[in-house]
Design a protein around this ligand. Structure first.
Ligand SMILES: Cc1cc2nc3c(=O)[nH]c(=O)nc-3n(C[C@H](O)[C@H](O)[C@H](O)COP(=O)(O)OP(=O)(O)OC[C@H]3O[C@@H](n4cnc5c(N)ncnc54)[C@H](O)[C@@H]3O)c2cc1C
Length: 429
């Protein structure tokens, strides 16, 4: 467990903090025997499976005391430590984030929040991580938290050997290591598992050749986990970014995020740097990218909540034609539509997160969430812009940060069309 002293120190997250506790499915007391749910003979233990699409059933989003505390600490921390002026400053910085802030976040135990205690983590659940990500989305946190914790640490936990976990995870939990995952290529944007980047088996290891695209935060990463074609499938390799033959270029991007083109020119890696089983890379990537899509929904949900609050506050204070613009029906309807979208985002995103946290099969639910949040957050930012009138178009205003976050999130870990295909497949079509 992490120490709990110090003004900014987070709560401990040990055994007992589970997603089930955080987001439980509750059943409204039945009014008559016909509407009885769950039926008396329902054999699902502890009501674990969500009884979807049944009348009289609702979902309770309430958080545990510890989780409420985590949310509060995170919100206060970002309010004090990351004003939007700093977010905009960091966009001009070469690294793209503040190392000082990174270390403060590590001191709070956030890098190791979901790692087991034996690796220096706090043993928290995926729901706990999602709470943090929502706050990060609200704050528009720049930097490699997502790539290190959601992508890198997940892959190491999923595929890494005990030796690799012990080598990497305690350092990661202390904030001393930045990881990222390289999947996309010029002709492979989604994780189909058919890569052109190839790893040749040679004496004592492998030689990797090819180009990866849109690798998040590769310019500041210590290791890139690279998915490459091997023999009869794909394999994951842990590549030191100081390796001979590896070069990295930050791609020009719309927002302050850093995505890189990484070229592997005969980069040698040893057998000890193979992550997981050879030719089984796709299985690990599929799992981790499903988690990443759910995590991205949580981050986008936080941003969407902030857009809603900001916009309603503006509609109440901005006076036009002799009264607050929120008094006009046109603005009221825009706000109502935004709230509708936000509410649905909250439902689908938190359901997806909870199911991931509980280890349930949830490909359909995660895809439903991502497809919906992609579109809804985008719509919300457009209406938010419109309600703010001309001011939101200026870089001085915060609204543009959220519009860019929505656009970026939409493309990350599967756009809407990609997830709709998964939903259709899951429906047996
Ligand atoms: C950086 C920048 C670049 C721009 N570039 C261009 C450009 O290239 N071309 C161009 O033509 N214009 C441009 N504009 C001007 C911009 O298009 C207008 O200012 C914008 O359309 C908003 O109009 P407004 O100034 O009247 O809104 P504001 O006066 O800011 O409106 C205030 C609020 O009143 C609300 N409101 C307005 N009318 C009503 C109504 N009838 N009922 C209820 N609520 C209402 C609005 O939604 C808004 O929330 C630019 C502005 C900026 C800041």
């Amino acid at each position: 467990m992490r120490p709990t002293s110090g003004p900014l120190c987070g709560p401990t997250y040990g055994a007992g903090t589970s997603g089930q506790q955080a987001i439980a499915w509750r059943v409204v007391p039945p009014r008559s025997p016909e509407t009885l749910w769950p039926p008396p003979d329902w054999d699902c233990p502890e009501n674990k499976l969500p009884p979807r699409r049944r009348e009289g059933v609702w979902m309770d989003f309430s958080l545990s005391e510890q989780q409420e505390m985590l949310r509060k600490i995170a919100r206060d921390f970002f309010t004090n430590e990351l004003p939007k002026s700093s977010v905009k400053e960091m966009a001009k910085d070469t690294r793209g984030y503040s190392l000082e802030l990174w270390h403060k976040m590590a001191d709070l135990g956030w890098m190791g929040l979901v790692l087991p205690e034996e690796y220096g983590g706090s043993g928290g659940s995926f729901v706990d991580l999602a709470i943090l990500l929502e706050e990060m989305g609200r704050a528009c946190l720049p930097g490699p938290f997502f790539s290190t914790v959601v992508l890198g640490a997940s892959i190491v936990m999923e595929a890494g050997s005990e030796v690799q976990r012990e080598r990497l995870l305690p350092k990661l939990a202390r904030g001393e290591l930045v990881l990222t995952l390289a999947v996309a290529e010029p002709y492979v944007l989604s994780h189909t598992g058919v890569f052109e980047v190839r790893a040749r088996n040679v004496e004592g290891g492998y030689i990797i050749d090819g180009t990866k695209l849109f690798v998040p935060d590769a310019h500041v990463a210590d290791y890139i986990i690279c998915a490459a074609k091997t023999g009869r499938g794909s394999t994951l390799f842990l590549v030191d970014t100081k390796s001979h033959g590896l070069s990295c270029t930050v791609l020009p991007a719309m927002s302050s995020e850093r995505q890189c083109e990484v070229k592997f020119n005969q980069v040698k890696v040893s057998k000890a740097d193979v992550l997981g089983k050879v030719n089984r890379g796709k299985e690990y990537i599929d799992k981790v990218l499903t988690r990443a899509a759910a995590a991205k929904c949580a981050e986008m949900l936080g941003g969407a909540e902030q857009v809603m609050e900001m916009t309603v506050a503006y509609a109440k204070e901005r006076v036009q034609f002799g009264r607050a613009i929120g008094a006009f029906q046109a603005i009221q309807h825009h706000c109502a539509n935004m709230l509708n979208d936000l509410d649905a985002c909250r439902c689908v995103a938190r359901r997806a997160v909870w199911m991931v946290s509980e280890g349930m099969p949830c490909a359909r639910e995660v895809s439903l969430a991502k497809a919906w949040v992609n579109e809804a957050y985008h719509r919300m930012t457009l209406l938010g812009h419109e309600i703010h009138g001309a001011i939101a178009f200026q870089h001085d205003h915060d609204m543009h940060l959220y519009f860019k976050q929505a656009k970026l999130g939409e493309m990350a870990f599967g756009d809407t069309a990609y997830h709709e295909e998964i939903i259709a497949r899951e429906m047996g079509l």
